[in-house]
Design a protein around this ligand. Structure first.
Ligand code: SF4
Length: 361
């Protein structure tokens, strides 16, 4: 996906937050909802990590998070930052020294988990170093790893505990003059995420990174993430998203763009309409639609391609698309811009599809 394809589509009634700048990419304010993902390579393996960062960027990721969990990762970060064209976020748990090393390596943003980073002095030390470099911090509050001082509140009001923790950490950083922050209020329970993010949005103009943690595999994880995020985004809440999946992280990026594009918040991909199939089906629609999706991924986002499984109900949808296919027993009808363009033999379909999709560019 090209930069032009992902640049537009700001929803006018989004709740305006205080913007932050992450290596030239604005989060919050008037900026479009940003899509991010996270590498799953060992960060210490700079070659593999850079390879995955490039894959994610090609899919459209505007920010990529990498874990900085040991000395090897902190060391490799120097080369990774130098060679990455995409702003990088260092994910820090437990060891605030690794946050300081990441800043030295030139990271564009830090994500710290206040539940495990240690005492407030360590948080303040990181804040001072980040302020020095003009690097924002995401306060990543996670329901599964809240500090024990929130245990009681979490038991009584889980969403309230996430909000309180985020506010407390913002306050800790504000007390040392650090305001360049974003927050995430995550839980593996989508309804808790909705509740926490809604409440937080009423109380603060700090930009929000939306996510459901440990969401699951491709299908379950996307569904659970979209269930929470689409509610929030439709209410104007959320400045950046990550759909966390136990899958190839490129899928996280694609899923996020599909979600944002369905909500009219970003221009995503050309739309591939595919019939759900039924007993009338004359072609393998599932396989064909996947192939068309692949071929259509570089088309302008306003294009619509329809893959219909039969000539009984297929032609209606096929005519409504820029390019439509309705399969018969031995032949396939090809529609272009609402008109029947030609009828071809089924065995020629792949070749014709490639040529017809090329013509839509
Ligand atoms: S287009 Fe044809 S095959 Fe597809 S669901 Fe409709 S009737 Fe069934």
């Amino acid at each position: 996906m090209t930069a032009e394809k992902i640049s537009g589509g700001v929803c006018s009634d989004r709740i305006k937050t205080r913007p932050i700048n992450v290596g030239g990419v604005t989060i919050g304010g008037d900026a479009p909802v940003r899509v991010q993902s996270m590498t799953c390579t060992k960060t210490g393996d700079a070659e593999a990590t850079l390879g995955q960062i490039r894959e994610l960027a090609t899919a459209g990721a505007e920010l990529v998070r990498v874990t900085v969990n040991d000395e090897a990762a902190a060391e490799a970060l120097h080369r990774i930052v130098a060679e990455s064209k995409t702003p990088l976020v260092a994910d820090i748990h437990f060891n605030h020294k690794l946050a300081l090393s990441s800043l030295e390596a030139g990271i564009a943003k830090l994500r710290i988990n206040p539940g495990n980073i240690g005492n407030k002095d360590k948080v303040r030390e990181v804040a001072a170093a980040a302020a020095d470099k003009g690097v924002p911090i995401r306060i990543g509050v996670n329901g599964g790893s809240l500090h024990k001082r929130y245990d009681e509140l979490h038991g009584a009001d889980p969403a309230g505990a996430l909000v309180q923790c985020a506010l407390d950490e913002i306050e800790t950083l504000a007390a040392v003059g650090f305001h360049d922050v974003a927050v995430s209020l995550k839980s593996s329970e989508p309804r808790e995420v909705v509740e926490a993010c809604r409440r937080f949005a009423r109380l603060s103009d700090v930009p929000q990174h939306l996510g459901v943690t440990e969401a699951g595999t491709l299908l379950a994880g996307t569904s659970r993430s979209v269930a929470a995020m689409s509610v929030l985004l439709a209410e104007g809440i959320g400045d950046t998203v990550r759909i966390s999946l136990a899958a190839d992280p490129v899928q996280e990026v694609l899923a996020a763009f599909h979600m944002l594009s369905a909500l009219g918040l970003r221009q995503g991909f050309a739309r591939v309409v595919a019939c759900p199939t039924c007993g009338r089906v004359e072609v393998d629609v599932v396989k064909l639609a996947a192939r068309v999706e692949e071929l259509a991924k570089d088309l302008p986002p306003e294009r619509v391609v329809a893959v219909m499984g039969c000539i009984v109900n297929g032609p209606g949808e096929a005519k409504a698309a820029d390019l439509g296919i309705a399969a018969g027993k031995t032949k396939v009808a090809i529609y272009r811009m609402g008109e029947l363009h030609r009828t071809i033999a089924k065995e020629d379909l792949e070749e014709v599809l490639i040529a017809e999709i090329e013509r839509l560019k």
